[in-house]
Design a protein around this ligand. Structure first.
Ligand code: 15L
Length: 262
């Protein structure tokens, strides 16, 4: 399958791009910056907030599917967050309609529900409960994906990613970790699942202490194999652990992230 990966030079993109290549997919990279060393194949340097640029890239590359990873990974102002996450999703969806691309996999985030008090198995049907403007922009992006799935019959899978890291670093990460290999498994499953329509899954590894329900992902063929528990005896206790464990969004759901929209 030919897959256009946005944010291909970012932290997740640099793992997913070679991972999909290894699994036999042709990856076309798209990022604000030129291709990192080692990328084979097409690369487009363009800004996903620019509808004309995005239309040009999608028209030139004619992908079978898009994996949308581009976007600032942390909190910004409300306007910056909406531009980075929601607006870019809209430019891609419009280009998909124009050029008849039928599937998009979206790097949403656990912060779309980050203010939800911690549970052992949060499902995907819970109400959106963002913890930051970042989380609110992810909720809005998920909404636009759902809209285009209903309007145009596009398959769209929102992957609410936990903590994408080499290895868990904090107590919270023992619940939220998504390993590099499981991330590639997640993206490939979402790309190849038969007719998902609009679907949401949680992007975490098979963590013993998981806070999110893995079944929606399993229903699409995402079977994570790693477990953060293997790192448990190497995680130092921190003063922040209690407050970061109160809501699923961890630090983003704490006082330090509170700020006005304007
Ligand atoms: C995310 O979605 C963020 O991009 C990242 O910065 C971390 O906060 C991560 O979630 C997490 O929850 O650990």
């Amino acid at each position: 399958m030919r897959v256009l990966v946005t944010g291909a030079a970012g932290s997740i993109g640099r793992v997913v791009t070679p991972g999909l290549n290894d699994r036999g997919h042709e990856v076309v990279g798209l990022d604000l910056v030129p291709s990192p060393p080692g990328h084979h194949g097409q690369w487009h340097t363009a800004d996903c907030t620019d509808p004309a640029a995005v239309d040009g890239v999608v028209g030139a590359s004619r992908p079978d599917a898009i994996v949308h990873l581009a976007g600032a990974p942390g909190e910004g102002s409300l306007a910056e967050s909406l531009l980075s996450h929601t607006h870019t999703t809209g430019t891609l969806l419009d280009a998909m309609v124009t050029h008849d691309v039928r599937r998009i996999i979206y790097a949403s985030s656990n912060h779309a529900v980050g203010r939800t008090p911690r549970t052992d198995s949060l499902g995907v049907d819970t109400r959106p409960r963002p913890d930051t403007f970042y989380g609110a922009a992810k909720v809005a992006a998920e909404g636009v994906l759902s809209l285009y799935a209903d309007r145009y019959g596009i398959d769209a899978v929102s992957c609410r990613i936990g903590s994408f890291l080499d290895h868990p670093e904090t107590l919270r990460n023992l619940s939220t970790w998504l390993s590099h290999d499981d991330c590639v498994r997640m993206v490939e499953a979402a790309l190849t699942a038969p007719s998902p329509g609009y679907a949401v899954l949680y992007g975490i590894s098979n963590n013993t202490r998981a806070w999110w329900d893995l079944e929606p992902g399993r229903a699409l063929g995402f079977e994570p194999l790693d477990d953060a528990e293997d790192w448990a005896d190497r995680i130092p206790a921190r003063d922040e652990d209690d407050v970061e464990g109160a809501a699923v969004g961890g630090p983003f759901a704490t006082k330090q992230f509170e700020r006005p929209a304007f």
